[in-house]
Design a protein around this ligand. Structure first.
Ligand code: GLA
Length: 554
């Protein structure tokens, strides 16, 4: 957004409430704290129907989940008929939902819950049902007429749309506004960089990861897409600086209740609360154990997630499997998670200095809902076994707000000045696959292509995607590419430079298939006006390098 449009947006936001009611509420007030609810995918995949959804709604009330804050009941993929009706409108699968979608929405609302629904911006959903591509306004109108409150918008097949992701999402954003019904837009795109390209201008939450699975390694991986460096440069220390009231990083829906044991379920829930992640339950609530119910409804733990300050927690320590996260809260206290992901039991000590406090501080155990006393300079959680943790609140309410960390300034991760910038000298804003090696090939050796040694470059292993923020400041992107001599196989690798993200799919450069021995190829392309470029390297476990990748700006 240009400086001009940003200011006009702010002014319009200030002036409009007086004359028009719904337009501004969309962005600013739909999700001031992370949304909470239940989604059908992790429990049932596409096997959903009217009876099941109604009994889940009943269970949300009876179990106390609704009263604990889980208000959105979201029907994921699998609710719709295989074909649109004769008017081109979406309709319910009549076998699964004989009374139709308005009726199921009414039932959900009658229970004091909110109604969420899944669609996809490609021409098909991920399950091959009708997607919304080229039906955007009509589908948003249908949703509004059914009383939908929350839309999960997937991205399967969106690379065929011929639009940049931001162009696509702008259409949805505006179509939703035109319906006049406030509806949350949850961007589901497998972690495609929405924090980077301005997802908050279109939706209230965005995925930071691929799909989560019901095992703890997957949970920890997803946590690290938001709280670690799995999806961005380590210099950011996670994605905390891109979240806040109204816009949230979403490391995917909860597998609490689907994991192997209580310790894993608690570790998962604690992490999502610390990361200010949307809390979308995903187990069969009708048959959950009392232990799982107690985890979902742990009041003081949920309060960390729902804290009005909306500061996403961040790591203050990480070594091996030992992690400490800090989340400064609105009342002047701060929440601290000490987690042992290792198999050997250990003590974990947090010093007040690490979390912005000093001296004597009160400590409360948030899972046990118990005051533990006052502690000088630090606190130690004793003998934490694998997946063991302590979640505490330190400090006194009403005290001075604990400062958060300083966000990474723009000049460290985008083009802000004239001249030549080597991309290795700024942080990439998004990556998927293994992290690129700076000035080394992927094995950590010097970059060598066809016998020539290069000092500067990014060593990659397929599949690799790295996004850089150009900030509209760049003129040209230059680099050379080739398969590294250290690669021992004969598989081809393909380098592409894309405008924005992978779904936008607008190739600015395409090397075609290169094998070991193919001469290096030089890139010199016009990138004027672009906000982002994506460096993509694909193939089957091939090692290749972007040599001297650089931006020239006037
Ligand atoms: C994608 C999404 C999942 C789920 C399925 C439905 O994989 O990431 O969360 O919505 O599609 O098909």
């Amino acid at each position: 957004m240009s400086q001009f449009t940003r200011w006009s947006f702010i002014w319009i936001s200030i002036l409009l409430p007086a004359c028009s009611s719904h337009i501004v509420t969309q962005d600013n007030r739909l999700a001031p704290i992370p949304p909470m609810g239940w989604n059908s995918w992790n429990a049932f995949e596409a096997k959903i129907d009217e009876a099941k959804i109604k009994s889940i709604a009943d269970a949300m009330v009876a179990s106390g989940m609704r009263d604990a804050g889980y208000t959105y009941l979201v029907l994921d993929d699998g609710w719709m008929a295989k074909e649109r009706d004769s008017n081109g409108n979406l309709t319910a699968d009549s076998e699964k939902f004989p009374a139709g979608m308005k009726a199921i929405g009414d039932y959900i609302h009658s229970k004091g819950l909110k109604f969420g629904i899944y669609e996809c911006r490609g021409y098909l959903t991920c399950q091959g049902l009708p997607g919304s591509f080229e039906h955007e306004q009509a589908d948003m109108n249908s949703f509004a007429s059914w009383g939908v409150d929350y839309i999960k918008l997937d991205a399967c097949y969106a690379e065929k749309n011929g639009r940049l992701t931001t162009e696509d999402l702008k259409i949805y954003h505006e179509s939703i506004l035109k319906t006049g019904r406030p509806m949350i837009l949850s961007i589901s795109d497998f972690g495609n960089g929405a924090w980077a390209w301005g997802g908050k201008e279109y939706g209230q939450l965005w995925r930071t990861s691929g799909d989560i699975y019901p095992w703890i390694e997957s949970v920890y991986f997803c946590a690290n897409t938001s709280g670690g460096s799995e999806s961005t440069h380590p210099g950011f220390n996670g994605l905390w600086q891109f979240a806040g009231p109204g816009h949230w990083n979403d490391p995917d829906m909860l597998q609490v209740g689907n994991l192997d044991n209580e310790a894993e379920n608690r570790a998962h829930f604690s992490l999502w609360c610390m990361l200010a992640a949307p809390l979308m339950a995903g187990c069969d609530l009708r048959v959950m154990s009392d232990t799982v119910r107690r985890i979902f409804t742990a009041k003081e733990v949920i309060a960390v997630n729902q804290d009005p300050r909306g500061h996403q927690g961040y790591k203050v320590y990480e070594k091996g499997g030992v992690e400490i996260y800090n989340k400064p809260l609105a009342d002047g206290t701060t929440a601290v998670l000490m987690l042992n992901k290792d198999s050997v039991a250990t003590d974990i000590t947090v010093s007040w200095e690490q979390i912005g406090l000093k001296g004597r501080q009160k400590v409360r155990d948030l899972w046990e809902e118990r005051d533990l006393g006052t502690f000088n300079d630090s606190f130690t959680a004793k003998n934490l076994s694998r997946n063991g943790l302590m979640l505490i609140r330190a400090g006194s309410p009403g005290g001075k707000p604990v400062p958060g960390p300083v966000p990474v300034p723009l000049e460290k991760y985008s083009i802000t000045r004239s001249g030549t910038t080597l991309l290795g000298d700024i942080y990439y804003i998004m990556k998927s696959g293994d992290a690129p090696r700076m000035d080394r090939n992927h094995k950590g050796e010097v970059i060598t292509i066809n016998g020539t040694v290069y000092k500067k470059g990014l060593g990659c292993k397929t599949e690799s995607r790295i996004m850089y923020k150009l900030n509209g400041r760049a003129d040209r992107f230059m680099a050379s590419v080739g398969i590294d001599d250290a690669y021992e196989g004969s598989e081809p690798g393909r380098f592409r430079v894309l405008n924005e993200d992978a779904f936008g799919n607008r190739a600015l450069f395409d090397s075609g298939k290169m094998i070991k021995g193919t001469p290096t190829m030089d890139i010199d392309i016009d990138v004027r006006g672009l906000e982002f470029i994506l460096l993509e390297f694909r193939g089957k476990e091939v090692n290749g390098d972007w040599v001297n990748p650089r931006i020239i700006a006037r």
